[in-house]
Write a protein that binds this ligand. Structure first.
Ligand code: ADP
Ligand code: TRP
Length: 324
């Protein structure tokens, strides 16, 4: 079984990215082979400078490794280290109806946010499909917002198979965790860097304490009174980090009353801080050893290129490009 996912290097990772994409990817390493990459071509659709792109790419490599990506078990690389993916994206584009791309939520949402409608932004799902099909992935762990792009991928793979031969592409399955499909942000909307409501995976202790204290919305129930549990953002976030017993204890304390939101927020911070202790320590080590990170990405790229070459030879032949 081969699992594949890509993450865009477009800013600081938050716990929505962690539970939606990183944690499942890391967990799946135990059940098969992982192909995990930094989607830096994709990030170019929204990036303001070359320096920002480069720094974010390096930063994401460190953070992904810190979160438990194991280069002995997974192939880890930068998307741009295998430029062949662009050729496959082109081939897929030739069978990709405009209407399919026009319907994509992610494109519409970015337009609504005022991002200029470049050709790359529009064609983004075709490149994503190429990412997945180039490496013959069986399953793709992603957050719910990427599900539609997986449907596009399956659609394009099916069209190529219909037109040029049944066994060119496997149709990949999305893996969407029901529990963490949508991690709520500090304000209760979906957590997203575009909404400024994120809880980062890595950061300094004090500012994060402050963030949790100031930004999580709670109601005005007095300290002594029982507190509502229904729809509580604080509880939903606590559940991600606490043991089932700790979580139940917090629910009981809500029902009983006598504990204020300040204390609950403190408990949330402690559980969060403990949860990411080991990744934080690994990250310190990785930051001090950039040579290790570069070498890991180079090794991953070499392995990814082998796989890409095999797929492309097959595809070129099938579509009538491969006579030399
Ligand atoms: P953002 O919304 O902050 O821009 P991205 O779109 O870069 O995040 O998402 C990167 C990955 O993280 C995707 O697989 C996405 O589905 C997942 N993800 C992002 N936000 C959440 C969330 N709030 N809950 C679950 N998964 C998420
Ligand atoms: N579009 C994904 C996102 O914004 C990133 C991505 C690019 C990806 N290529 C992929 C995810 C292939 C899964 C598989 O999060």
């Amino acid at each position: 079984m081969r699992f594949l996912t890509g993450l865009q290097p477009s800013g600081k990772l938050h716990i929505g990215n962690y539970f939606g994409a990183i944690e499942p990817a890391v967990r799946l390493q135990e059940q098969g082979e992982g192909f995990y990459f930094i989607a830096n071509y994709h990030a170019m659709t929204t990036m303001e400078s070359a320096q920002a792109l480069l720094e974010n790419t390096r930063g994401l490599a460190v953070d992904f490794l810190a979160c438990g990506l194991d280069p002995q078990k997974s192939v880890f690389f930068a998307q741009s280290a295998v430029p062949e993916v662009n050729e496959l994206a082109w081939i897929l584009s030739t069978v990709c109806p405009m209407g399919l791309l026009e319907r994509c939520h992610s494109y519409k949402e970015k337009m609504a946010r005022g991002i200029a409608a470049s050709h790359a932004l529009f064609a983004y799902p075709a490149l994503m499909a190429a990412d997945i099909l180039l490496y013959n992935a069986d399953a793709v762990p992603v957050g719910k917002d990427q599900k539609q792009h997986l449907e596009v991928t399956r659609d394009l793979a099916g069209k190529i198979n219909d037109l040029f031969g049944d066994d060119i592409f496997k149709l990949p399955e999305p893996i969407i965790s029901e529990v963490t499909a949508v991690v709520p942000g500090l304000d209760g909307q979906k957590m997203s860097k575009s909404y400024g409501n994120t809880l980062p995976i890595f950061g300094e202790e004090k500012p994060i304490r402050k963030l949790i204290n100031k930004k999580i919305i709670t109601d005005a129930t007095p300290l002594e009174a029982p507190k509502p549990t229904e729809g509580s953002i604080l509880l939903q976030l606590y559940k991600l980090f606490a043991t089932p017993e700790q979580y139940q204890e917090m629910i009981d304390a809500h029902h009983r009353g006598g504990v204020g939101y300040g204390q609950f927020k403190k408990d949330l911070f402690e559980a969060y801080w403990e949860y990411f202790r080991a990744p934080r320590e690994r990250r310190e080590w990785l930051l001090a050893n950039p040579g290790y990170v570069d070498e890991t990405l180079n090794n991953g790229a070499a392995r990814a290129r082998e796989e890409a070459a095999t797929t492309l030879t097959r595809v070129r032949k099938a579509v009538g490009l491969g006579w030399l």
